[in-house]
Design a protein around this ligand. Sequence first.
Ligand code: MEV
Length: 321
Amino acid sequence: VTAMPPTRAPQGAAGHVGYGKIILLGEHSVVYGRRAIAAPIGLTVRAEVGRGTPGQAPIITDWDADGSVQEPISADVSHRVATLIAARLGLPQSGVRVDVFSELPRASGLGASAAFAVALIRATAECFSIRLSDEQVSSLAFECEKIVHGTPSGIDNTVATFGRPILFQKTDAPSGHEIRDIVTPNPIPIVIGLTGMHALTSHTVAAVRAAWQQRPARYDAIFDQIDSLVGEGADALRRGDTVELGELMNINQGLLNALQVSSPELEQMVAIARRAGALGAKLTGGGGGGAMIAVAGSAGAEPIRAALRGAGYTTYLTEIR
Ligand code: MEV
């Protein structure tokens, strides 16, 4: 991957939104400097920030889609993130009131924590008339992700900020990464299925790290294999070759299973999706629960969604474009 700053501004990026994401290929190995491909989904987190009482801790209200107040998964983490953002923006004592509106299911591997951080940074900056570049937004969101995840690669905050498909690699460049846009000739329909099992990325990332520390050569070999799937996947996406993409996703799922980050529900969903005509299916994000993605074949996305719904799973449809 060569360094290339993002060029196209995503639609609707102005203001207070952070984008949810899927990882098409390469989660976990991306933490160890291998490449990965991620894309935004049509679900976002939006934040509205107003001035609060100076000297007071941030007040965060988290609204559910139906207008009721949602129980935050971890109020403590949200407060630490909001406090860090205020401090980094030079507003340690200003006091902020934050309203959060999330379309993203939490702890599902769809990047809700990074999208929350990006939305909050953008809304806080606007409230206090601070101009931030997208690079600055992403880099501060990366600091926030360290609070949530421990050792993030930086891919989630990057997609949450820029909102377009990228090939990502963590490097020792000053920015900490290299990114390339991925442009597909036609939109590629992807079904997202939720296991309904909450999974914390910090746990699966820590489990993979413990295994790698015990046997680095064994796990590095798996990371290298995933990296070469990612390289081939980037080419397949640029050609619009969904058959090849699907096969690469299936092999990636096998290697994620080898990393022991799959789960019985994920395996069941993958099998259902493939039986219903998916060209490929795999877990996405941290795994251990969370979400599965499937690339639709010639029969389209509906049979896959119907089969997953029939087994009791919630689905979404998105497009790589
Ligand atoms: C989480 O969306 C992706 C992981 O690779 C963690 C990371 O890259 O920070 C599991």
